[in-house]
Structure formats: C-alpha cells, structure tokens
Design a binder for this molecule. Structure first.
Ligand code: NAP
Length: 235
C-alpha cells in the first residue's frame, strides 16, 4: 500500500484551520496539525484522531524562525501546505490612529509567517509529486473591493496584510512556474470564529471548503490566483 499524502495546516487548533485539517483528513491525508500552544495542539489532535483522522501534532509558531525550523525538521514528507494561521491585531485600525506595533505584529504573522513557513517547507514540497500551497487570505485584501468601499471596516493592518499576502502569492507562483507546485490564495468568506467574535454568517467548515479545494487541485491546475467559493476574487 502506498504511503498517504501528508498535509500541514498552520493555526489548526481551532476555527477554519481545524476544519481544513478535518476535511483533508477525511480525504485520506495524513494531517500535521500545527499550532503554537502545546495544550491547544494536543487537544485538537486528540479530537481529530477520535474522529478517525490520521492526525499528528506539530508545535509551530509562525512568528518564530526557531520554531518553524524545528517544525520543518520533524517532517520527512510534505505534499500540501496550508498557511492558515492569522490574526487581525484588533479593531479599530484607522490609518491615522493605529499603532505601528500593531501593524508590525499583524505583518509578522500574516505575511512574514507565511514566507517563513513556506520557505522552510519548500525542500519537502519539492520532493512531492503534486505539491500544493494554499495561503489563507481574505476578500478584505482585495484592493479592487476595498477601493469600491464595501469590504469590511477601515483596517490599516489586517486588510493590507492580506493584500501583501496576495502579492507574495503571485511572486511565489512566478518563481515556481516551472515546477509542479501550485500556490493560490483563498478567501473563506465571513465565518463565525474567535477571529471576529463569532459574528460571521458562515461556519468554519464552510470557510474551509475553498482551501481544501485548492489543496487538492489536479496537476496542471491554476496557480498564482485568488479564489473563494464563487470563483476568482479580483486582486
Ligand atoms: P481563529 O479561529 O482566530 O484561528 C486563527 C488560528 O491562527 C488559531 O489557531 C491561532 O492560534 C493561529 N495563530 C495565530 N497566530 C499564530 C502564530 N504566530 N503561530 C501559529 N498559529 C497562530 O481565526 P479563523 O477565522 O479560523 O482564521 C483562520 C484564517 O482565515 C486566518 O488567516 C484569517 O485571517 C482568515 N480569514 C478568516 C475569516 C473569518 O471570517 N473568520 C475571513 C477571512 C479570512 P491560537 O489559538 O494559539 O491563537
């Protein structure tokens, strides 16, 4: 019997990341549940294993070089990376009033964290036959929608961090164009999670669906694009 494909999902102890891990597990992946707090990590792995998922824990703080390097060293195979971990930095975030430390913290997690984890995992992904990377973005990162004025509150840290993430996704796709690696950004829609005080109108499971879809794209599928359940999201 061939070995199962291995996926790693960051920020998978709760919310959308947990549901991505559950969904990939249900599709036969062996799933690395990555989280920064050991107690929350063990709890999530236990629940997933009880549900029949072939899950294992990976202690990983996306904001720490050491933590990410140690996590990568624990893995011997990786086929799918879902960069899901993210923070808002708290609201309100008016550009005229937001603290620079808030912007730094949000960019450290939502952008540099993705670059840090992706680059640490790339040597493993390059050995996979059909490697996939999914970056969990948001439609608030769409400059087209922001400039139309109808996407969420004024946000000088969170929304721009997702625009930055989208831009980085395109640059990875350009560099990796001649490889089998497909890398795309996903918007889960407005989901009820801790991130927004559970105000979202969708479930975390519904939000996970687009990431699972992009994580399981067929060979030759799209790369360097931005999707939600409805299709392509404008940059
Ligand atoms: P959530 O329930 O707050 O989950 C966020 C996850 O990220 C948690 O597991 C959290 O871990 C983890 N995390 C934060 N900083 C981390 C770090 N430095 N290292 C490792 N893990 C870290 O939020 P969610 O709604 O599921 O969000 C998941 C992703 O979807 C985020 O990227 C978010 O921006 C995006 N998104 C969400 C919505 C929505 O409506 N919910 C909409 C658009 C996009 P702890 O438990 O340790 O804090």
């Amino acid at each position: 019997m061939s070995e199962p494909n291995v996926a790693l999902v960051t920020g998978a102890n709760k919310g959308i990341g947990y549901e991505i891990a559950a969904g990939l597990g249900a599709r036969g992946f062996r799933v690395g549940v990555a989280a920064r707090d050991d107690a929350r990590l063990q709890e999530a792995v236990k629940t997933l294993v009880e549900k029949g998922v072939d899950a294992f824990g990976v202690l990983l703080d996306v904001a720490s070089d050491t933590s990410v390097a140690e996590a990568a060293a624990q893995l011997s195979r990786l086929d799918v990376l879902v960069n899901n971990a993210g923070i808002t930095g708290g609201m309100p975030q008016h550009p005229t009033g937001v603290g620079l430390d808030t912007i730094r913290e949000v960019v450290e997690t939502n952008v540099l964290g993705v670059i840090r984890v992706t680059n640490a995992m790339l040597p493993l992904l390059r050995r996979s036959e059909s490697p996939r990377i999914v970056n969990m973005s948001s439609s608030v990162g769409s400059l087209t929608r922001q400039s139309a004025g109808d996407q969420g509150p004024i946000s000088a840290a969170y929304a721009p961090s997702k625009s930055f993430l989208n831009a980085i996704t395109v640059q990875y796709a350009k560099e990796l164009r001649d490889t089998p690696i497909l890398i795309n950004a996903a918007c889960p829609g407005y989901c009820a999670t801790d991130l927004n005080g559970h105000r979202g109108h969708r479930t975390a499971e519904q939000g996970a669906a687009i990431a699972i879809h992009l994580a399981t794209l067929p060979d030759g599928g799209p790369t360097g694009a931005f999707y939600d359940d409805e299709g392509v999201v404008p940059w």
